[in-house]
Write a protein that binds this ligand. Structure first.
Ligand code: FES
Length: 141
């Protein structure tokens, strides 16, 4: 029997979420090993191409984690991320990529506990959904 080991890409803003992940590591919290962290400057920098590329590369889930609303170091990057990810979820809906495989959330700098909790929740969600069977672009095959 094959055990499902999901791969999850976490796109973390440099100023808050990445620091939260770093704090989790420094505190030796139980970060799920299924999560692969990628640092970006701001959640507002993450576009649909980056998310779809992660899915195409085999990610079973993608998290975009930024600063709490009002704390973005580029003022409105996380507001743009909210709009963009909502649109992207709507685009994913008719495909066989369940929109729950894309999560947008906020982690403050230094908040390792929250980062660990969000990452664990995402792993649980993806484990419940099981393997993604389709990638964007081939949903009609
Ligand atoms: Fe963190 Fe913009 S700098 S969301």
């Amino acid at each position: 029997m094959t055990v499902f080991e999901p791969r999850i890409v976490a796109l973390l803003c440099n100023w808050c979420a990445y620091d939260g992940a770093d704090a989790a590591g420094r505190a030796r919290l139980d970060i799920p090993p299924q999560v692969r962290e990628v640092r970006v400057m701001c959640s507002g920098q993450v576009d649909s191409g980056m998310v779809l590329s992660a899915f195409e590369a085999g990610a079973q889930g993608v998290m975009v984690l930024g600063c709490q609303p009002g704390d973005c170091h580029y003022k409105k990057g996380n507001v743009h991320a909210m709009k963009r990810m909502a649109l992207l979820r709507a685009v994913l809906k008719p495909t066989r990529i369940d929109p729950r495989r894309l999560r947008l959330d906020w982690v403050s700098a230094g908040d390792g506990k929250r980062y660990t909790r969000v990452a664990r929740e995402m792993v649980d969600t993806i484990e419940q959904l099981g393997p993604a069977t389709q990638t964007p672009g081939n949903e009609h095959q």
